[in-house]
Design a protein around this ligand. Structure first.
Ligand code: NAP
Length: 475
């Protein structure tokens, strides 16, 4: 297990000598102590990334792509051990961790293929006076900041396109889950990524370290995945040096079920949209809007499925729902549920926090949730499904859009015309139409409103790391 900083291709301790603990969410026990990067380490990481930049940008796209493909192969070979590591530090069930490793590795394979597709453009100016030549160049040194909920996939979704485009990076992983990020660095080095192209800087002083890098004029790009709250702070900091940003922020996904929906499919989809990663996903269904005619059947069937899930340590083979990542997260879920219950909601299953140890919360279904309940406004980030009923299409759209977020929405109906109409009307960057899972490395992932700016994955994911250069040519 790697526990040092990874700078310029070397494993180094923090210059301060400081270290911090990483905990097992199933017990609260310390599983590792990791080097705690500070501001001078951040400068060293940017030095390394800046020094490696020109040679990596000049490396043929095919070679960059083959290197990423090798990283995909190594991740795939080591899927079992990587999944255990994710489960150990994040708490998620092994089955979810295995799913994450496959998803994460696919970003390397996808961007290995995209590395050779940084096409430009050529045209004759409308005046006929000159030609318009547009070429794409790497943005430069990128700072990547990732959350704890998908410690591998959020890293590869950024490192893959950055390296494909010819950029060099400093990754600052979440301090709850730095071990997976360090394991990814080791894999990339083994795949042949040159020294300094990828640097990984775990830190307990995220605010200072990231700010230091964003105010270094050599840093030209910030790609952030995390909460909208921290995203706002970083957008303000990025403004100082006019740093290019991609922001993948919080979500508050509505899951809309019409009376004509295939209820079997809707329940299956609800289980995936709600329970993938134990509910700790930005794409997690946060609010269930169900047409009144099918609401009680939907609620009782969902409650039956949720109560049958096996809760336990993520690392145990038969666990379906692991503990939440830390005390703050489980305390917030508990507070939101208690608020909803106090305002008149009913727990069809779950609804109260068990005794410790560990950061567990039971799968919970709530009905009769008051429309102004905070649980419908805030990201729950846990295994809780609040259900609200509606009676018309217009009401469903109004409720779904009644949020500052706009990451993803789910819609279930067997009327395709209605499904597409609602998909267009809902303010979200992504819609799952009769599907509870949208994430795909080949598709543009991202949100509108306060869920973010920019897209990751697909071809658009590559463009986030390229600048267009226009050359006006006369001959
Ligand atoms: P977070 O608190 O915003 O933290 C995200 C990252 O930012 C971590 O690496 C964190 O480091 C760092 N950070 C915290 N405060 C900072 C500051 N002042 N300056 C610079 N960096 C700072 O989010 P989280 O709790 O880890 O993750 C959950 C959130 O991520 C949810 O809102 C979820 O919706 C969102 N998310 C969005 C997507 C998406 O694609 N849209 C995907 C996954 C997750 P520390 O760990 O050291 O605090």
């Amino acid at each position: 297990m790697e526990t040092e900083l990874f700078i310029g291709g070397k494993w180094v301790p923090a210059s301060s000598g400081n270290r911090f603990d990483v905990l097992d969410p199933a017990t609260g026990d310390v599983i590792a102590t990791v080097a705690d990067g500070g501001e001078s380490d951040a400068v060293a990481a940017v030095d390394a990334a800046a020094a490696a930049g020109p040679a990596w940008a000049a490396t043929p796209p095919r070679v960059r792509g083959e290197t990423l493909r090798k990283a995909w192969e190594l991740m795939t070979e080591r899927a079992g051990e990587l999944a255990k590591l994710i489960s150990l530090e994040n708490g998620k069930a092994l089955v979810d961790a295995k799913g994450e490793v496959t998803y994460a590795a696919e970003f390397f394979r996808w961007f290995a293929e995209e590395a050779v597709r940084g096409e430009g453009q050529f045209a004759t100016a409308p005046s006929g006076a000159n030609r318009i030549l547009v070429t794409r160049q790497p943005v430069g040194v990128c700072v990547l900041v990732t959350p704890w909920n998908f410690p591998a996939a959020m890293a590869t979704r950024k490192i893959g396109p950055a390296l494909a485009a010819g950029c060099t990076v400093v990754l600052k992983p979440a301090s709850d889950t730095p071990l997976t990020a360090l394991a990814m660095a080791a894999i990339l080095a083994e795949a042949g990524v040159p020294e300094g192209v990828v640097n990984v800087l775990p830190s307990r002083s995220s605010g200072k370290v990231v700010s230091r890098m964003l105010h270094d004029s050599r840093v030209r790009k910030l790609s952030f995945t995390g909460s909208t709250e921290v995203g706002r702070i970083l957008l303000a900091q990025a403004a100082d040096n006019v740093v290019n940003t991609s922001m993948e922020l919080g979500g508050n996904a509505p899951f809309v079920v019409f009376g004509d929906a295939d209820l079997d499919a809707a329940i299956e989809g609800a289980m995936i949209a709600k329970m993938r990663n134990g509910g700790e996903a930005c794409t997690a269904a946060n609010r269930f809007y169900v047409e009144a005619s099918v609401a009680s059947e939907f609620a009782s069937r969902l409650a039956a499925r949720m109560s049958a899930l096996r809760v336990g340590p993520g690392t145990a083979e038969d666990t379906q729902v692991g503990p939440l990542v830390n005390e703050d997260t489980v305390a917030k879920v508990d507070e939101l549920v208690r608020g909803a219950l106090d305002a008149g909601a009913k727990a069809e299953t779950g609804g109260s926090r068990p005794e410790g140890p560990g950061f567990y919360y039971p799968p919970t279904v709530l009905t009769g949730v008051a429309p102004d309940s905070p649980i419908l406004r805030e990201e729950i980030f846990g295994p809780v499904a609040p259900i609200v009923t509606f009676t018309s299409e217009d009401e469903a759209v109004r409720l779904a859009n009644d949020t500052e977020y706009g990451l993803v929405a789910y819609v279930y109906t067997t009327d395709l015309a209605r499904g597409l109409r609602i998909s267009e009307a809902i303010e979200a960057g992504m819609v799952g139409l009769n599907r509870g899972l949208v994430s795909d490395p080949a598709a543009p992932f991202g949100g509108v409103k306060q869920s973010g700016i920019g897209r990751e994955g697909g071809h658009e994911g590559l463009l986030e790391y390229l600048e267009s250069k226009y050359i006006a040519v006369s001959w």
